[in-house]
Design a protein around this ligand. Structure first.
Ligand code: C2E
Ligand code: MG
Ligand code: MG
Ligand code: MG
Length: 290
């Protein structure tokens, strides 16, 4: 009986595995044409200054609207793209879309920095810097309007190479964020060498900071570490007013998360903003809340 159970479990397991990997293979081969056929969409999520309660930037987040499967989870297809060597065409698409949006704001007189996520593979792309500086030239945008986010884990795949690319990005005059900070394995001495402007505390620590004392200590210490190194600190995953209030007490600079605003299609951002409490901040910032 035991043997039969094991065999049965194995078959079941293998069945789902196969379906999963077939789906992944299919998606991988479809991703390339998705990039060319404009099945990708650019969403933006607002970032709000905790001090002033004002929108102080946005993050560009890519979405894949698959004609049959609907919206594919971003984490899933970014991982696929990394696997399939498709990050570079994906990043090229995101950069084009982000510069177009950034220019649209700039033209309206809205000086709102938009940050773009880069992967480990982008950091190894020898043409990345030329492509980015070419886009700044084409759109005649000041360098402070497009920023870049790099995860701590991506940096650690090749710490020395990443440092070089970051130095070259800084020469363009752009601002850099370390994303998902706290879940990677960078040492403090490496961190201190990085030419970055801000840390983004990973959402896993932020969302649990009111119920988990370990997370609370990590958030508190990261705010202090960032500030002591002269860096700005952004909290991701700010899902409630209680979290906002706690982060305000801790002196965290910027909040991003569902409480502030969900990612929305770029074309809807201005309408969202017009009716958002964050576009009419009251003194004290937190008081602008719903
Ligand atoms: P990320 O850069 O850390 O982006 C933040 C993620 O947290 C986004 O997931 C966002 O939708 C989600 N989020 C926003 N507010 C909240 C909240 O209040 N609570 C929680 N739990 N989550 C929240 P998304 O859009 O699914 O993207 C996942 C990851 O995929 C991103 O994490 C980023 O690493 C990567 N990614 C997204 N767009 C791009 C891109 O254009 N290029 C590259 N290379 N990576 C991208
Ligand atoms: Mg990010
Ligand atoms: Mg992040
Ligand atoms: Mg994250």
């Amino acid at each position: 009986v035991q043997a039969r159970r094991t065999a049965c479990k194995y078959t079941l397991y293998k069945g789902t595995e196969d379906r999963e990997s077939t789906r992944r293979l299919e998606l991988m081969s479809e991703l390339r044409s998705a990039i060319d056929q404009n099945e990708l969409l650019l969403y933006c999520q607002p970032k709000v200054s905790i001090r002033s309660g004002e929108i102080c930037g946005a993050e560009a987040l890519v979405r894949w609207q698959h004609p049959q499967h609907g919206m594919i989870a971003t984490g899933e297809f970014i991982a696929l793209a990394e696997h399939a060597g498709l990050i570079m065409p994906l990043t090229r698409w995101v950069l084009e879309a982000a510069f177009r949006q950034s220019y649209a704001w700039y033209e309206k007189g809205i000086k709102r920095p938009l940050s773009v996520n880069l992967s480990a593979q982008d950091l190894r792309d020898p043409r990345l810097i030329d492509r980015i500086s070419g886009l700044f030239a084409t759109w005649a945008l000041p360098p402070e309007l497009v920023q870049f986010e790099l995860t701590e884990s991506a940096l650690m795949e090749d710490p020395a190479g990443a440092l070089e690319t970051l130095d070259r990005l800084k020469e363009l005059g752009v601002e850099l964020f370390i994303d998902d900070f706290g879940i990677g394995y960078s040492s403090l001495s490496y961190l201190q060498k990085l030419p970055v402007d801000s840390l983004k505390i990973d959402h896993s620590f932020v969302t649990s900071m009111l119920t988990n004392s370990g997370s609370a200590v990590i958030v508190h210490s990261t705010v202090e570490l960032g500030h002591n190194l002269g860096l700005g600190v952004v909290a991701e995953g700010v899902e409630s007013e209680a979290l906002w209030n706690r982060l305000q007490e801790l002196g965290c600079d910027t909040a991003q998360g569902h409480f502030v605003g969900r990612p929305i299609p770029t074309a809807q951002f201005d309408d969202w903003e017009a009716q958002s409490p964050w576009s009419h901040p009251t003194p004290g910032g937190g008081a602008a809340l719903h």
